[in-house]
Design a protein around this ligand. Structure first.
Ligand SMILES: [Fe+2]
Ligand SMILES: [Fe+2]
Length: 328
């Protein structure tokens, strides 16, 4: 997802008997669905895990602006351009809410950005794939934002108050993102043969990376059980992936496009779609920095940060002068 393979530092969920009285009290609050707020006591591992999860999520929002930003000048109509710019701005806003939520846990946004730029922080594997045609912008909205919603709606109920509240606001915007993407796909799928072929090509390239967004299968996810006990992971990777496939396949059929998976078929016994095996070697390579665009994304991010230094300095100087004037 936007946070993949978040380490908890805890490999097995602690039994009640092993917990300290403070840990037991904390778990009891979570079990009773009482939100944890920034000034409440919390175990260090919970705090550290949330910082990792929320910051990875924030990084994904702002790195996700890059593959789409490439298309602002090339959007086919004024209307599409305006929609795309609004969507990209929303993603910047999502990053802002999430960095702010992470800051309530005692880290600064500057620290988190520095980790990202130094290559020490993860962000979603999906944003390391190239956007080769306009149809890719449709596929990203439809599939990537669609997958994000799948994961983020349950997170509106997560145990950490600031994160849960940020998610509520983000989800409202994500549903617009998903629909604008589907609308692009629909226009192309109903367009000329060449446009339909572009839409099919985009689906062919984005389908498997979208399924990888949910992270490794549950059997491989060693940290998931603790995150589930803390209610910062509500549904498992495989459950979310299955929901996504079940929701998306009929949408592809409506577009008249073929999902690039020969093993995909409806299973009446399970009441779900069966689907083929995911290439996890590719996923791990992308997560470790060897995807098609990892280096390019970071270079562009760092360049944007450096180019914006004068704006930050000017804003700080303005704020200091204003504070001095008010003090006088
Ligand atoms: Fe977003
Ligand atoms: Fe989005």
């Amino acid at each position: 997802m936007y946070a993949q393979m978040v380490e908890t530092g805890v490999s097995a969920v602690r039994a009640q008997a092993e917990m300290t009285p403070e840990e037991r009290a904390f778990q009891a609050r979570i079990d009773a669905d009482i939100k944890i707020e920034p000034k409440d006591p919390m175990p260090d591992a919970y705090r550290r895990t949330l910082v990792r999860q929320i910051s990875q999520h924030a990084h994904s929002e702002i790195v996700g602006m890059l593959p789409e930003g490439n298309w602002v000048t090339r959007a086919p109509t004024l209307k599409r351009k305006a929609i795309l710019m609004a969507k990209i701005q929303d993603e910047g806003g999502h990053g802002l809410y999430l960095y702010s939520a992470a800051e309530t846990l005692g880290v600064s946004r500057d620290q988190l950005i520095a980790e990202l730029h130094a290559g020490r922080a993860k962000y979603s594997s999906i944003f390391n794939y190239p956007t080769l045609s306009w149809a890719d912008i449709g596929a990203i909205g439809w599939l990537v934002d669609g997958a994000a919603i799948m994961n983020q709606i349950p997170l509106c109920r997560c145990s950490y108050g600031p994160y849960a509240r940020a998610m509520v606001r983000i989800c409202k915007e994500e549903s617009f993102h998903q629909r604008q993407g589907y609308d692009i796909m629909l226009a192309m799928a109903q367009g000329t043969a060449a446009q339909k072929a572009m839409a099919q090509d985009a689906l062919d390239r984005w389908w498997w990376p979208s399924l990888m967004m949910f992270g490794p299968s549950d059997a491989e996810s060693v940290h998931s059980a603790q995150s589930a006990a803390w209610k910062i992971k509500i549904l498992s990777n495989d459950e979310l992936r299955q929901r996504f496939v079940d929701q998306t396949v009929p949408q592809a059929e409506y577009l008249g496009l073929a999902v690039p998976d020969p093993e995909l078929r409806w299973s009446p016994e399970r009441g779900h779609y069966d689907f083929g095996a995911i290439d996890w070697t590719e996923f791990y390579a992308v997560i470790k920095g060897d995807g098609p665009c990892n280096r390019d994304r970071m270079a562009v991010r760092v360049q944007a940060w450096e180019d914006g230094a004068w704006v930050r300095e000017a804003a700080m100087a303005h704020a200091e002068r204003r504070a001095a004037r008010q003090a006088a």
